[in-house]
Design a protein around this ligand. Sequence first.
Ligand code: MG
Length: 275
Amino acid sequence: MMQCHLPETPPETGRMSVTLRRWIIERSLASRVGHIGSALSIVEIMAALWGRILRSPASGLADRDRFVLAKGHAALALYAAMHYQGLLDEETFNSFCADGSLLGVHPERGLPGVEAATGSLGQGLSVACGLAYALKRRRSPARVFVVLSDAECNEGQVWEAASFAAHHALDNLAAVIDLNGMQAMGQTRAILNMAPMADRWRAFGWHASDVDGHDEAALGAALDDSTGRGQPVVLVAHTVLGKGVSFMENQLEWHYRNLTPELADQALEELGSRS
Ligand SMILES: [Mg+2]
């Protein structure tokens, strides 16, 4: 049976995403920490999850929905979404990557809403499987959502976890693949081609579908429709590295590169004009 958790009046599509992009640029500049392109490519995924889908994610309640950012290097997008939802105050959000801050380059346990320390690619899905399995065993209505990078699917551990999830019919588990076609050292299809991605997941027993990863409403609808199928669900979200900033889009250097004040101004000007 399908469940419906979407609010009767969905949030204004796009507004949260534009704000998240602006904050990612501002905090990246202030902290001089990169991974900007990777954070920008998952903005709509974060907006759909944190703005529409997740129930009580940072509450500590036993039946809260769980979220795991397997591609932990995009943590700034997660922190921005939590800040937007009022789950991180201004001072904490602005402490990103400062000495002693809970907001590191990668998510850390200790910050409410972060279920696992991630960033060692390939491990997040296994953690999500464990959470989903435990919740299912005690008949919790909570769901588990995990966001992976496309290159992360090169890791063998991902497919061991995928097999586990299908074997145990973890229909409370939904994965989103951020298919931006890029990884740290080049194009994913040139380094280790995983296409056709959705077919691979189907072969491992998952319900897989392709979705526009920058269509927040489509992502929200697909995620809302992800339970009750008797099998885990994966969305292959087609995205663009550096989405929203013209000089970053599909440019590999923005996996790591830091902003200058001039480039940050240019990015913010573009984002402002697109809102
Ligand atoms: Mg990628």
